[in-house]
Write a protein that binds this ligand. Structure first.
Ligand SMILES: O=c1ccn([C@@H]2O[C@H](COP(=O)(O)OP(=O)(O)O[C@H]3O[C@H](CO)[C@@H](O)[C@H](O)[C@H]3O)[C@@H](O)[C@H]2O)c(=O)[nH]1
Ligand SMILES: [Mn+2]
Length: 503
């Protein structure tokens, strides 16, 4: 007990220097300045990190994390303990999947079985050694020398030194932002910083507790939520095209951990196919051709088998993760929403960055509307029109048009013909798509979306209108001649009648 530090806990507020023309490196820059100053003040072996919009909810959380790191089995090689992100003030049915339970209660637990969860940016307890870029105990002897900053004349007092550590120029030409501290130049600094530790051979631990360790605020507005996942997916791609490419680096990365990181860094790319597939019905709108693989029976058997396997695995994961089917549905729905706009946009952004060397700047997630409102979920019903909404709206329109046209075609050809049956079966995926995009459609309706039945009626009406218009334009000439004939009969009777009356 004699070695225990008995000083009172100290609270120190640190603000790093920012200067025009000097990249402040946002959160990562702030955290690195903090890391240096705290090394001077206490050099405590563990560093907890939480976002400004999160708070500690369970007083046992920090102790739990320290217990993991002091554990004689894996503790010494554990770089960080990650807690799931939990949120207050999310609408009861979690329309835009803010709780993200599939990720926090499923995926992360899977990671834990490999080399440990990725770093989620908040609710993390780090080992200072790992943040400092040191190698894990098993490889200590392989440590390389890193440059940790510029100071030619040592300052006289601690205060002067602390100030020096927070200046802009301190990090110039050093390893800060790459081999030391939080990693720079990637918008998702959390993902790459955790990745560096894993590739050095450190592991991490996942700690989920009740009551939740940390809680925070999430964006429940559609636009804000889309911007958030746009930023995350952009960050993932930046990671892929950086020195932290999961295929290229990390000698000590567990093979499956590498696969998991590869997926985390590239998931936006595959959504280009999702977007293309969503727009596929456009082709059959403009021709009478049905673009479906023949023989139709074999094709459908494969589609159904693949979908069934996908959903069966999903159900098992839901069961193992202890989450609800609604959590899982919300996950599927929000994935589709983002896959038709935010993710492909992130790919475009990355392509632009690769070509011109300049990306677009990401904005911070705003979590509240400026207007003070008595409605706790007012943000959910506020529509903020931005170009990011357009691609998904186009997909919605295409799907409605496809279903309407299919019904129109079936009516034109006769509902009980083979052709009509095929074309109607073809709309199963469009209807599926409409179910997946339902939360998005509610979102762009603003306060009209408060009653979901309104949207249902709007969709039915839209489909019916398209169907009727198609039928009117395409019905077989013999049908119209019949109609014309019957109308003609009526009018000739009428003519006779008018003739008669004129006499
Ligand atoms: O210039 C900046 C910008 C951000 N922050 C911090 O970064 C946090 C994350 O920003 P926020 O707008 O809340 O984004 P979220 O999408 O909610 O954040 C998630 O995603 C980020 C990566 O994009 C991670 O850094 C976060 O830890 C993670 O919670 C904020 O809370 C701040 O604490 C700064 O300190 N300085
Ligand atoms: Mn946040």
């Amino acid at each position: 007990m004699g070695n225990l530090d008995t000083r009172l806990p100290m609270l120190v507020y640190i603000s790093r220097e920012k200067r025009p023309g000097h990249n402040s490196q946002k959160k990562a820059g702030a955290l690195n300045a903090m890391l240096r100053v705290s090394a001077l003040l206490s050099s405590a072996p563990f560093v907890a990190n939480l976002d400004c919009d999160h708070y500690i909810n369970n007083s046992g959380a920090l102790r739990a994390a320290v217990c993991f790191m002091l554990d004689p089995r894996d503790g010494r090689s554990t770089a960080f303990v990650q807690f799931p992100q939990r949120f207050d003030d999310v609408d009861p049915t979690d329309r835009y999947n803010n709780h993200n339970r599939v990720m926090y209660d499923g995926t992360m637990v899977g990671f834990n079985g490999l080399q440990g969860p990725c770093c989620l940016g908040t609710g993390t307890m780090f080992r200072r050694l790992a943040l400092d870029g040191m190698e894990p105990p098993a490889h200590e002897d392989e440590a390389v020398v890193k440059s940790v900053g510029n100071s030619t004349t040592p300052p006289a007092t601690d205060e002067q030194l602390a100030t020096l550590l927070t200046t802009c120029a301190y990090e110039d030409g050093s390893s800060w932002g790459r081999g030391v501290g939080w990693v720079y130049n990637v918008v998702t600094e959390d993902l790459v910083t955790g990745f560096r530790m894993h590739s050095q051979g450190w592991r991490s631990m996942y700690c989920s507790m009740e009551p939740s360790a940390f809680r925070g605020t999430a964006p429940i507005n559609l636009t804000e939520r889309l911007y958030q996942v746009f930023r995350w997916s952009g960050g993932s791609l930046e990671m892929f095209f950086s020195h932290s490419n999961p295929l290229a680096v990390g000698r000590r990365l567990h093979p499956l951990q590498r696969v998991a990181y590869f997926n985390l860094a590239t998931y936006p790319i595959t959504t280009l196919l999702v977007l293309a597939y969503s727009l596929f019905p456009v082709m059959s709108l403009f021709s009478e051709q049905l673009y479906i693989q023949e023989p139709y029976g074999t094709y459908i058997t494969f589609v159904v088998a693949v979908l069934a396997m996908h959903h069966l695995t999903g159900m098992l994961e839901v069961k193992w993760a202890g989450i609800t089917v609604l959590d899982w549905c919300r996950n599927e729905q929000f994935y589709t929403t983002a896959a038709t706009a935010a993710y492909p946009t992130a790919v475009l952004y990355m392509a632009k960055k690769l070509v011109t060397g300049k990306g677009i700047s990401f904005r911070l997630t705003s979590k509240r509307t400026e207007a003070c409102s008595s409605d706790r979920f007012a943000d959910l019903h506020t529509v903020r029109w931005v170009p990011l909404l357009i691609p998904t709206i186009v997909v919605l329109v295409v799907d409605v048009a496809a279903v309407g046209t299919a019904i129109g075609k079936a009516a034109t050809w006769g509902f009980f013909t083979d052709r009509a049956l095929y074309v109607l079966l073809g709309t199963v995926l469009n209807v599926w798509m409409l179910l997946l995009l339902y939360p998005f459609a509610l979102g762009i309706m603003g306060s009209w979306g408060k009653r979901p039945v309104t949207l249902f009626l709007v969709l039915v009406l839209a489909v019916a209108t398209v169907g009727v218009v198609y039928f009117t334009l395409h019905a077989h000439p013999s049908y119209w001649s019949q109609v014309a004939a019957s109308l003609g009969k009526e009018s000739s009777i009428w003519r006779v009648y008018t003739h008669a009356s004129s006499y």
